[in-house]
Design a protein around this ligand. Structure first.
Ligand code: FAD
Ligand code: SIN
Length: 532
């Protein structure tokens, strides 16, 4: 058993900011599934939204966020996060993040930042580091964590379960609220599971793009945090709002990758295969409409024509600009045979971001005592039904920082006696070979029936099939020793069920949830969160 003041699960932006800030108050352990940089944050391209331009205003950013979110976001939360954005951006700069500066200036003050624009933003408001913003942020944060003596880092360590009342030998006295005392952590190199005991636990496990077969996320994004928190009794909110990014590179044989919305922000245009534009039919902001609208428009046009992809055309943008602002995208497309300076890019929408998650306060507090959550795994109320571009890094940064400075961080905790992990010695390889196929089936069901456009009939069908698959996997989980693949597949099934159940509860269309049976918004009945 290991004991720390603070246990941080996940090494993305949320986890590392929390770890750095908490380290001045106690000893911190960061556990992360693979290497430190394997996370969604590292993939972030477009940038991070903040009001730093004199012509912009907090009110504008609040309004854009609220409107993009289908007016479901919580205004007081949006206002607070937007107001804290400039200070937290300066914090990242002070840690060594090299954002792109206007005219390559060396003076790294906010007013010198170069800004770009993305969908749903009424003006240029997005700070960026070429098209590898996330990687640049991660480089600075990882360096700061590695040289901090109060932080221990455990790579290739997978959180299996949160430790709560279920895992203590006997309650010495009645504990009225679900309480967390750390987590069971598996060293994926040895498959050993150990207790990591902590006064406070920060769940910063990111999203669950891998629930869908076509997604922009890295392979770590299997929704483990949602599953662990749900099983522990947390409150899950708005899980139906899965955001599809409009422009993932289409490749029938290889994994898709993101082509940033910032490419449209710099003037690229969406076209049908015959070269015609179409976004003017769907929204006044055309190619820079909020993401849910653009993805749905592409989905509609694809279904109408029967084509497998549409085009993003950046050929009219000066070559030098494309190559300096988008060097990663340029090289990546070239490696798949497309020169973006002279050819249009084949694109399709792909699952990208979970707007819902574990309900938290603006300080990252969850309904479970001693458990914080921040970043994509959480739901603060910032995004509502659809996230405004580049507001995710912002939310992770602001909330993780606030959580680490919350007065409850100093609370002492009396640990109960925690039971060791109950390991089974058997692993039925033959049975697992059959059950492991379920992961692909789950992906296909979610992509086909719980995607951009939904219907209640298909949602119910998906629910019944996913429930059966979950039973099979869970049965295997209960009777065999567990490994990373078993845990992830079970988690994917749990998250899939949470999404479908939430989608069935919302009998209207709003933001990223569009259901054919109820194509309109219903503010009288559904201007509220979906809660499980
Ligand atoms: P992550 O950065 O995903 O970190 C999660 C961490 O948890 C990882 O280290 C992972 O290994 C670990 N983990 C997960 N499960 C376990 C477990 N069971 N045990 C131990 N560790 C675990 N947002 C923006 O605002 N701007 C952008 O430009 C932008 N671009 C994007 C581009 C792409 C391609 C993608 C995929 C997303 C983009 N996003 C962007 C969204 C944004 O990157 C993420 O929402 C954000 O980085 C999430 O940060 P996080 O710290 O919550 O999670
Ligand atoms: C992008 O660069 O298009 C992604 C931005 C985001 O997800 O906010």
């Amino acid at each position: 058993m290991k004991t720390y003041d603070y246990l941080v699960i996940g090494s993305g932006l949320a986890g590392l900011v929390f770890a750095l800030e908490a380290s001045s108050q106690g000893k911190v352990a960061i556990v992360t599934k693979k290497k430190m940089h394997n996370c969604n944050t590292d993939y972030a391209q477009g940038g991070i939204a903040a009001v730093v331009d004199q012509q912009d205003s907090f009110d504008n950013h609040v309004r854009d966020t609220f409107i993009a979110g289908g007016e479901l976001g919580k205004v007081e939360v949006i206002e607070q996060i937007v107001k804290e954005a400039p200070d937290r951006l300066q914090y990242l700069i002070d840690l060594g993040t090299r954002f792109t500066m206007e005219n390559d200036q060396l003076d790294r003050r906010l007013e010198n930042l170069s800004l770009t624009r993305e969908g749903g933003h009424s003006r240029k408001r997005v700070a960026y580091a070429a098209d590898s913003t996330g990687h640049e942020i991660m480089t600075a944060l990882i360096a700061a964590c590695r040289k901090n003596d109060n932080i221990d880092i455990f790579e290739n360590h997978l959180a299996v379960d949160l430790i709560t009342q279920h895992h203590i030998s006997q309650a010495r006295h009645f504990i009225p609220r679900i309480t967390c005392w750390g987590a069971y952590i598996m060293n994926t190199e040895t498959a050993e599971i150990e207790i990591y005991r902590s006064r406070k636990t920060m769940l910063a496990t990111g999203g669950g793009g891998q629930v869908y077969s076509y997604n922009t996320n890295p392979d770590i994004a299997t929704g483990d945090g949602y599953a662990m928190a749900y099983l522990a009794g947390a409150r899950m909110v708005n899980m139906e709002f899965v955001q599809f990014h409009p422009t993932a590179f289409y490749d029938s044989e290889n994994k898709p990758f993101l082509v940033s919305e910032a490419v449209r922000g710099e003037g690229a245009i969406l076209r049908l295969q015959n070269g015609a534009t179409f976004m003017e039919k769907y929204h006044e902001l055309e190619c820079l409409a909020p993401r849910d609208i653009v993805s749905r428009a592409i989905d509609f046009e694809l279904k109408k024509s029967g084509d497998k992809f549409l085009y993003l055309d950046a050929t009219h943008i000066p070559k030098e600009k494309l190559m300096t602002h988008f060097p990663y995208i340029y090289k990546k497309c070239l490696s798949r045979g497309v020169d973006i300076t002279s050819e249009p890019i084949p694109i399709v929408p792909a699952a990208h971001y979970f707007c819902g998650g574990i309900a938290t306060t603006i300080d990252g507090l969850t309904a479970i005592r001693n458990l914080f959550a921040a970043g994509e795994v959480s739901c603060t109320g910032l995004h509502g039904a659809n996230r405004l571009a580049s507001n995710s890094l912002l939310e992770a940064l602001v909330i993780a920082w606030r959580a680490a400075h919350h007065p409850s961080m100093m609370e002492e905790v009396e640990f109960p006696e925690i039971l060791p992990w109950q390991a089974s010695n058997t692993f039925n390889e033959n049975e697992w070979v059959i059950i492991s196929h379920n992961r692909q089936i789950l992906n296909t069901i979610m992509q086909g029936y719980v995607g951009i456009t939904r219907s209640r009939r298909l949602l119910k069908y998906a629910y019944s099939r996913v429930s059966n698959i979950y039973e099979e996997i869970n049965n295997f989980y209960q009777h065999n020793s567990v490994n990373k693949e078993v845990i992830e597949t079970r988690n994917i099934a749990i998250v899939a069920l949470l999404i479908i159940r939430s989608a069935l509860m919302r009998k209207e269309s709003r933001g990223a949830h569009y259901v054919n049976d109820y194509p309109q918004r219903d503010d009288i009945k559904y201007l509220k969160d979906t809660i499980i």
